[in-house]
Design a protein around this ligand. Structure first.
Ligand code: HEC
Length: 348
């Protein structure tokens, strides 16, 4: 084979291993060099059965390790992380199922709940808003940084920013930006000496409803689901098509009594409910008596109450972060109020 052709093959091998398999770059260069040498100098022929079989084996091994083993490694290497409760209490996430929840998971599978319910909160997009405040001294530099940002991204200034940023006031620089634009804005403004405040909003119909920012939200979760949420699920029952609401976060949305009445008779919650009754999970009763749940129903509800996965922020899947500068300021620390810049929160 000519040196030119074998060089091309080496280049191909190198770039496949770097860009597609994500190998460490010196390793990819080495692999490319090896392929070049093998075809060019050692005169390996492409038309022998041995080379063809060897090539096929190589392709098989490389794709197996790249697509199956690496993905498996990544998922099985997942660990606990620290997160926060809604009221700020720190704890380790995820929490293993307690009490009868494991047994309840079996009832959930056996009753076919997964046929109509998913356990996966999704989101559609992330939007970032950036506010900035300039002081008297750096006003000119900050104005210049803002107009540089508008010119670079082709966005239009609005509100106070359009009038040239008054000193000492928070002004919105950009709303609904993507991560790249927001981090540009943050970097430009921070470099010019402005205080910068970034707000992160997630949009999607599974997420929390907000008239302005997420009007189609259905309140099914505070954030999207990620692989870490299913560390204790055997197997994860994500579901692909849903008829009823998503249950990934049902434990945070419903209490025990509501869940019992959904199971016994969904029509008590919604008149034209499409969900079937699950009377077989309850004892028979005389006419006017209340039907008591069986052990299975108790366990199933324990399981449902343990489903709170889309409730706590993870490093990988944060929840909405509002502007810190517009939060009520603690009365005792007025000196800190001016310094609300969060330079490393955006762009995630
Ligand atoms: C035939 C499909 C179907 C099956 C099977 C089913 N559900 Fe439902 N479920 C629904 C529908 C539809 C709703 C929404 C109620 C309505 O019509 O408004 C619902 C609502 C719910 C709700 C209330 C959720 C909310 O956000 O309001 C819970 C909890 C629930 N189901 C749990 C279960 C459990 C547990 C099982 C298994 C024992 C189950 N469902 C089986 C269709 C189903």
């Amino acid at each position: 084979m000519t040196i030119g052709l074998s060089f091309l093959l080496g280049l191909l091998a190198g770039s496949v291993s770097y860009f597609m398999l994500g190998l460490w770059w010196p390793l990819a260069v080495l692999l490319g060099l090896f392929a070049w040498l093998a075809f060019g100098l050692l005169d390996v022929k492409m038309d022998s059965t041995f080379t063809l079989l060897g090539g096929m084996l190589l392709v098989f091994c490389v794709s197996l390790s790249g697509m199956v083993l690496r993905a498996n490694d990544q998922l099985s290497g997942l660990q606990y992380v620290d997160t926060q409760d809604v009221d700020g209490t720190e704890f380790r996430y995820p929490v293993p199922p307690l009490g009868q929840a494991r047994y309840g998971e079996k009832i959930y599978k056996a009753s076919g709940c997964v046929a109509c319910h998913t356990q996966q909160v999704t989101h559609e997009s992330v939007a970032l808003d950036v506010k900035a405040m300039a002081g008297e001294k750096n006003l000119a530099a900050v104005q210049e940084a803002a107009s540089r940002f508008y010119k670079l991204t082709g966005r239009k200034a609005s509100g106070g920013a359009a009038l040239g940023l008054p000193a000492g006031e928070w002004e919105t620089i950009v709303t609904g930006a993507n991560a790249a634009d927001a981090s540009k804005a943050r970097n430009f403004l921070a470099a010019a000496g402005a205080s910068v405040d970034v707000q992160v909003r997630f949009r999607g119909e599974d997420l929390m409803h907000n008239d302005l920012q997420n009007p189609e939200g259905r309140n099914w979760g505070r954030r999207r689901s990620v692989a870490q949420d299913y560390l204790f699920a055997e197997p994860p029952m994500l579901g692909s098509v849903r008829i009823g609401p998503d249950l990934a976060n049902i434990g945070a949305r419903y209490n025990r009594d509501m869940l019992m009445s959904v199971l016994l008779d969904p029509k008590t919650l919604k008149k034209d409910s499409k969900m079937p009754q699950h009377g077989f999970l309850f004892e028979q009763a005389e006419k006017d008596e209340q039907r008591q749940p069986t052990r299975e129903a108790e366990a199933l509800v324990d399981y449902l109450l343990s489903l709170k996965s889309a409730n706590y922020p993870l490093p990988e899947a944060p929840v909405d972060q509002p502007f810190t500068s517009s939060m009520p300021k603690p009365a005792t620390a007025p000196a800190e109020a001016a310094d609300t810049a969060k330079p490393d929160e955006a762009g995630k």
